[in-house]
Design a protein around this ligand. Structure first.
Ligand code: GLU
Length: 446
């Protein structure tokens, strides 16, 4: 059974980058009939905020990425405690007493000598007496995980291929602070074990963490999950922009972006598969494959997303948007105006045009023409073919064709220079209102 997890810290809203991570975890779980877990990394009580927990749930729900299961690290401190005890008993975790300033000084000295700033494990040399003395002085230890330096850390990453790290070049990571609070590293590994996570899908900024966590899985006697580290996203300016970091569901939603557009875009961005306007997820689930992911950072562009969104809106069936349309709008109305929308909210503008008050006096040179058009409109049959009949009749009466024929009609009937197919709009406007608009534009009393 495939189990994936999305593990945001509730210290802010989701942004494009972590929405993508959530989506890929969701897609992989769905593709394999597995489970998608939301794990809230809220060990940092100061920075975690319940409002963000709600926002994360709401955003995932709106995106259609609701988890099958939810866990919170703040409810699992006992499990981390037990894991630390086991590691300590096995000699894989040890207390250290250096202050932040002392550690900083060590780092500076190492760097000054041209050495990598790796923790020197001085705490491992402390005698029991020295430790007691430090504790008697009121020093509380923080805890480090002791890395095994004997063999390189190796794994086959689903995106990056074979990875190798030399543990001797890494500091033994601090896993618990002196005040008893937990850092991310150990709780995450413990959770992945307890929740049966089979695939860890996250950004490549976590590659080094993976090396450390692989040793934690081994030290805790658990098999390691598979890992997929994805290249990060950049903004349209090329860099990991501030704007990208703040672009979230709220902003995209305000711009009329559909969840399906975000899903279609982020499922394929950075892969060798084309981004296509899928209004349904099945093909995205089916084709989702880490082997298609590139190693280079992918560029996320809001304008491209807006264009993809329009192409998806054009496909959405009435029943998927009905709740967001103006009261009274029918499937026929929606089908007529849908091909012209950039987002669903614009349907309201066209609704007003169809059924509200439109009055646009014609250019002087078009007035007589529109009076003829009104005359023709009285004679034709008002069926689904009304537009063809009307334009043919006007053409016969006036001799106009092309733009000189169509533009004044569109302006008089919709008040706009462009829009959905007139053939679809005209029957919806209806005979009486169309006649009224043509006469008004011609300047005739209606
Ligand atoms: N809370 C971590 C983060 O947001 C989770 C990383 C992970 O997926 O393990 O970066």
């Amino acid at each position: 059974m495939v189990v994936t997890r999305f593990a945001p810290s509730p210290t802010g809203r989701l942004h494009v980058g972590n929405i993508r991570t959530a989506l890929h975890n969701w897609l992989w779980a769905r593709r394999h009939g597995g489970r998608f877990v939301l794990r809230l990394d809220d060990t940092d009580r100061e920075r975690s905020d319940e409002a963000f927990v709600h926002a994360i749930r709401a955003d995932l729900g709106w995106l259609g990425l609701a988890p099958d299961e939810e866990h919170r690290q703040s409810a699992r401190f006992a499990a981390y405690e037990a894991a630390l005890e086991r590691l300590a008993a096995a000699g894989r975790a040890y207390p250290a007493y250096e202050t932040a300033q002392e550690l900083e000084l060590k780092r500076k000295v190492q760097l000054g000598r041209g050495l990598p700033p790796v923790y020197d494990r001085a705490a491992l040399q402390l005698t029991p007496e020295e430790r007691s003395r430090l504790e008697a002085d009121g020093r509380r230890p923080h805890w480090r995980f002791r890395l095994d330096h004997d063999a390189p850390i190796v794994w086959d990453d689903l995106v990056r291929g074979r990875q190798q790290l030399d543990p001797a070049l890494l500091s033994d990571p601090v896993i618990r602070r002196a005040d008893g609070s937990w850092l991310y590293m150990l709780p995450s590994a413990v959770d992945d074990i307890d929740m049966g996570v089979t695939h860890v899908v996250r950004g490549e900024d976590h590659v080094t963490n993976t090396g450390l966590q692989l040793q934690m899985f081994a030290a805790l006697g658990a098999p390691a999950p598979a890992f997929a580290h994805e290249a990060l996203l950049t903004g349209s300016e090329g860099k990991l922009s501030k704007r990208l970091g703040s672009t979230g569901v709220e902003e995209m939603r305000a711009e009329g972006i559909e969840p399906e557009a975000i899903v279609a875009k982020l499922a394929r961005l950075g892969t060798s598969l084309p981004v296509e306007p899928f209004a349904d997820r099945a093909p995205l689930i089916e084709s989702f494959d880490f082997a298609t992911f590139g190693r280079a950072p992918a560029r996320f562009d809001m304008e491209e997303l807006a264009a993809l969104n329009a192409r998806i809106v054009h496909q959405l069936p009435f029943d998927r948007v009905a709740a967001r349309l103006p009261d009274g709008m029918t499937a026929a109305d929606w089908d007529a105006i849908r091909p012209n929308l950039r987002n669903v909210a614009e349907a309201a503008d066209w609704w007003d045009i169809l059924h509200g008050h439109v009055e646009r006096p014609a250019e002087p040179e078009d007035r007589a023409f529109l009076a003829e058009a009104a005359g023709a409109a009285e004679e034709i049959a008002w069926d689904a073919d009304a537009w063809r009949a009307l334009t043919a009749a006007i053409k016969a009466r006036t001799g106009r064709s092309g733009k000189a024929l169509f533009l004044p009609l569109r302006r008089a009937l919709t008040g706009r220079d462009s829009g959905p197919e007139m053939a679809a709009l005209l029957p919806l406007i209806g005979r009486d209102e169309a006649l009224r608009r043509l006469r008004a534009a011609a300047g005739a009393p209606s």
